[in-house]
Write a protein that binds this ligand. Structure first.
Ligand SMILES: Nc1ncnc2c1ncn2[C@@H]1O[C@H](COP(=O)(O)OP(=O)(O)OP(=O)(O)O)[C@@H](O)[C@H]1O
Length: 214
């Protein structure tokens, strides 16, 4: 690729991970992983348990530092971690208010729209510690999306969702991608493969990019 073409590609990219390495003690988890997430792309990350998918995503959003390599992000980021970070004694509404302040949002219009999309509009007064597993996960996802980020980094975002909510999630993801957002999703579900523009298979610390129908 020429220098000009390379610069153009970088401008179009919302997330670029280059030659990232990460070890925990003596255990090498990532060994030269590369990932490019262009604007308006929905990218899946798959791989066996313990291959380093969550580690890669935590590095992607800046929560964890790589031992080597570079991560370049453009625009606002929404990160949905694999395990929800919620305060069990706060209600759903209090979580929304807290994140509204953190994101400096003028109002909660979008959060309420997302509650409708994810079918959790009735849960506002419930404490997080009393939520069902699926509703807890809906709140986890909602908190990652309520500021309408450009780059969505979602680690198994639909764990515990019923089928209807699962389908609603994909309609939402497809719509956001069509609006130009860039989305990375860790998925274990084979039947979701057709939603992705490309799939990164994490093996031996590196990502092999595959066609979704390959
Ligand atoms: N903070 C940590 N300290 C030590 N080892 C860790 C730490 N976090 C993860 N690991 C190890 O690194 C490896 C990769 O973990 P990671 O959670 O990234 O994998 P994963 O592909 O997301 O797994 P899963 O599919 O089960 O969610 C695992 O062997 C895990 O035990």
């Amino acid at each position: 690729m020429s220098a000009e073409a390379s610069q153009h590609a970088q401008r179009q990219s919302r997330l670029r991970i280059s030659d990232v390495w990460k070890a925990y003690g003596r255990r090498d988890v990532l060994r030269g992983a590369d990932l490019d997430v262009p604007r308006g792309a929905l990218i899946g990350i798959v791989g066996e348990n313990g291959t380093g998918k969550s580690t890669l995503l935590r590095i992607a959003v800046g929560q964890l530092a790589p031992d080597r390599g570079t991560v370049v992000r453009a625009g606002t980021v929404g990160y949905c971690p694999q395990r929800a970070v919620l305060n069990d004694s706060f209600t759903v509404a209090q979580h929304l208010r807290l994140f509204q302040l953190a994101y400096r949002l003028p109002d909660l219009t979008r959060a309420h729209e997302l509650m409708d999309v994810l079918a959790c509009a009735d849960s506002g007064r419930q404490r997080a510690g009393e939520l069902s597993g699926g509703t807890r996960q809906k709140l986890n996802l909602l908190l990652a999306l309520m500021h309408d980020p450009c780059l969505l980094v979602l680690d198994e975002p639909y764990q515990g969702f019923d089928w209807d909510t699962h389908q609603r999630f994909w309609s939402l993801a497809d719509r956001l991608r069509d609006q130009g957002r860039s989305i990375v999703v860790v998925s274990h579900l084979l039947h979701d493969r057709h939603h992705f523009d490309a799939i990164g298979h994490l093996r031996e610390g590196r990502l092999d990019m595959e066609e979704p129908h390959g």
